[in-house]
Design a protein around this ligand. Structure first.
Ligand code: ADP
Ligand code: NA
Length: 327
């Protein structure tokens, strides 16, 4: 039953923030209803390219599983699984790595950025995009939801599909990018930067388990500018525009509608409206995450089931790969 298959992954960074939710997860939920075959992976092999504490990592994996379920990922419609439990990922990654030249990786953005930050990086960080390609190709995925920052990594997966097919005969479809909305959520403290989990300022990021009080405080402290009227102009007024983006997304209205609801309000009063919209949308998600967190056995069961469904798809593909390679 060939056809369209989606693969996407998210690192187990604990509870997602509003940027992850609006930039990725909301779209994942929509896609599980549109595509016949969908896999979402908690990519823990990727997360150990940076130092991790084992206890923390284990709890982050379960927190991410709880968050994905609470955001609406339905294990009946999407295979939700933990990457490291399907060892075929690592094996295919090795084989693809042997088809990848060093210079091809050196210019990819993530390596350039992260290795520069630390002045060096591990082999794992360097070959991270090869593992990503393996994640995608292992399921013969045809469509991959990605943010703009990941386009070059997907191009590597496309190249590796071509290179493998050329060497060993047609096996992998070339996966295409499904560019998720260009909706970018900015840092509440520095609207020139994106909202990111690596931001050390806690006031800059709203996580989807923040309490109503946390949300109110963070929105109240959000950096705006000296104009009190609310307009949408991300270039000249990034702070206010970020609030409009958040408001519109959370209330599920257009940006125009959000601006029109702000008419007559100064930014201080508008922040209350934004706060309300965020609280209203996140409260059921937060409550569901809390409920799921208290039922660890259930989370482990959901993942175990997803892991075995993923393995069922992965193992015949890898068997074919091995045979083609000559093993
Ligand atoms: P972070 O930047 O916090 O490290 P990741 O890089 O792990 O987040 O991103 C996970 C997913 O969330 C990706 O699909 C990414 O495009 C999306 N994403 C992350 N931050 C934002 C943001 N500020 N706005 C929109 N989408 C985002
Ligand atoms: Na990132």
């Amino acid at each position: 039953a060939g056809g369209r298959r989606i693969f996407s992954g998210i690192q187990p960074t604990g509870v997602p923030h509003l940027g992850n939710y609006l930039g990725a997860l909301e779209n994942w939920v929509a896609l599980q209803n549109q595509y016949p075959s969908v896999l979402y992976s908690i990519v823990d092999l990727h997360s150990i390219t940076q130092p991790q504490d084992p206890t923390q990592l284990r709890s982050n994996i379960l927190d991410m599983a709880a968050s994905l379920l609470a955001c609406g990922i339905d294990p009946e419609r999407a295979i939700l699984f933990q990457q490291s439990k399907v060892s075929e990922h690592a094996e295919l990654s090795w084989i693809l790595g042997c088809l990848t030249s060093m210079p091809r990786l050196r210019h990819l953005p993530q390596w350039k950025m992260k290795s520069k930050q630390k002045n060096e990086g591990s082999v794992g960080l360097y070959t991270y995009p090869v593992l990503q390609a393996a994640d995608i190709l292992l399921y013969k995925s045809t469509h991959v939801p990605v943010g703009e920052d990941q386009v070059q990594h997907l191009e590597l997966a496309q190249d590796l599909a071509r290179i493998f097919n050329h060497h060993y005969g047609d096996l992998f479809p070339g996966p295409c990018a499904l560019l998720s909305s260009t909706r970018k959520v900015k840092s509440l403290r520095d609207p020139s930067a994106k909202m990111s989990k690596s931001d050390p300022q806690t006031m800059a990021t709203i996580t989807i388990t923040d309490s109503p009080d946390d949300i109110a405080l963070k929105v109240r402290r959000a950096v705006t500018d000296f104009t009190s009227e609310v307009t949408f102009d991300p270039e000249t007024r990034p702070g206010v525009s970020n609030l409009v983006t958040i408001h519109a997304a959370m209330a599920m209205i257009s940006v125009e509608e959000a601006v029109s609801q702000a008419r007559g309000l100064d930014t201080g009063a508008y922040k209350k409206l934004v706060t309300e919209a965020v609280i209203q949308r996140l409260t059921p998600i937060r409550e569901e995450i809390e409920r799921l967190r208290s039922d660890r056995a259930h989370l482990e069961r959901v993942l175990a089931q997803g892991n075995s469904r993923a393995r069922e798809l992965a193992s015949p593909v890898l068997r074919e790969v091995r045979q083609r390679v000559g093993f």
